[in-house]
Design a binder for this molecule. Structure first.
Ligand SMILES: NC(=O)c1ccc[n+]([C@@H]2O[C@H](COP(=O)([O-])OP(=O)(O)OC[C@H]3O[C@@H](n4cnc5c(N)ncnc54)[C@H](OP(=O)(O)O)[C@@H]3O)[C@@H](O)[C@H]2O)c1
Length: 284
């Protein structure tokens, strides 16, 4: 792995750049446009957005204005939680394409398995119908790859009852201190690529003393140590920043390697920035 444009290959053969640029909590408008353009100038070719982030139009405008060939870009969006049925999901895909000014999305994910409003209203059936909408959009060529987010084994088992396509991706929270080994093993055994969201603990990881010491020892920053750790585990990290110098810093991951001992030290940092919310009980 030598650069941001190196790729993993999804279980349908589609290639996906090994690092993606996150945009959650990046305000729509000028901030999002400048951030995405900075990321593209720094060499990112993979952008992660979602209907829920409210910035798809700005991301789409930045991509278009960058002038970079569409074929060299990888754009992901995600289904909003209110759209868990066949028709709503189909309409949401069309809306994301429109807002992003794209004719095809590279990856589209179900954002959460069982949003709160549906948890007592046959969420399993809704999830299966929602997945069917993604499968149909995939077959119609509107999306090059389909996947899920915040799924654990039990949610995959629900999909499995009716799916005709195995998800290509599961996007979950993975950062030093938060390794959901059961979900990770399940995805690895089933050729489902793991994208690591909040790879910097949503900005809370920087005060950890062990990571600071490893950064000093390796002559790198804490962010670079966390992202390199993610890559060496064969996860796909999605760092977010709105600051140009940090966006650039987070790309410098390919001129050093963490030793096995450093990897183990980081693996053992249990709970330093808390754990992912349980999708079955989270309050949304
Ligand atoms: N599927 C899901 O449910 C889900 C959930 C959460 C996130 N995600 C995706 O994953 C992406 C990343 O996760 P995240 O947004 O939670 O956060 P993150 O990437 O773990 O951390 C971002 C935070 O760290 C700061 N930061 C970034 N680089 C830095 C550096 N080099 N030095 C110091 N501070 C730095 C950023 O500040 P500034 O921006 O101010 O620079 C921001 O506060 C999201 O943007 C989104 O695309 C998906």
């Amino acid at each position: 792995m030598n650069s941001l444009i190196d790729t993993y290959t999804l279980n349908n053969g589609v290639k996906i750049p090994v690092v993606g640029f996150g945009t959650w909590q990046t305000p729509a408008g000028a901030v999002a446009k400048v951030a995405v353009k900075s990321a593209l100038s720094s060499g990112y070719r993979h952008i992660d957005t979602a209907e829920m982030y409210g910035n798809e139009q700005s991301v789409g405008a930045a991509v278009k204005e960058s002038g970079i060939s569409r074929h060299s870009l990888f754009i992901t969006s995600k289904l909003n939680n209110g759209a868990h049925d066949y028709q709503a999901a189909t309409a949401a895909i069309e809306q994301s394409l429109k807002d992003l000014q794209l004719s095809t999305l590279d990856l589209f994910l179900i954002h959460w398995p069982n949003p709160k409003p549906f948890r007592t209203d046959n969420w399993e059936k809704r999830l299966q119908e929602t997945w069917r909408a993604l499968e149909d959009a995939y077959r119609a060529g509107k999306i090059r790859a389909i996947g899920v987010s915040n799924f654990r084994k039990r949610h995959f088992e629900i999909l499995k009852e009716t799916q005709t396509i195995v998800p290509m991706v599961n996007q979950i929270r993975i950062c030093p201190g938060d390794l959901d080994t059961e979900t990770i093993s399940y995805c690895q055994q089933n050729q489902i690529l793991l994208e690591a969201y909040s790879p910097l603990g949503t900005g809370e990881i920087f005060s950890d003393k062990t990571l600071q010491a490893l950064a000093k020892k390796n002559k790198r920053t804490v962010a670079q140590i966390c992202l390199r750790w993610s890559l060496q585990h064969h996860f796909l990290p999605l760092p977010k920043s709105i600051h140009e110098e940090r966006i650039e810093e987070n790309t410098k991951l390919f001129d050093f390697t963490l030793s096995e001992q450093d990897m183990t030290t980081i693996d053992q940092l249990d709970g330093i920035v808390g754990y992912a919310a349980d999708p079955d009980t989270v309050n949304f």
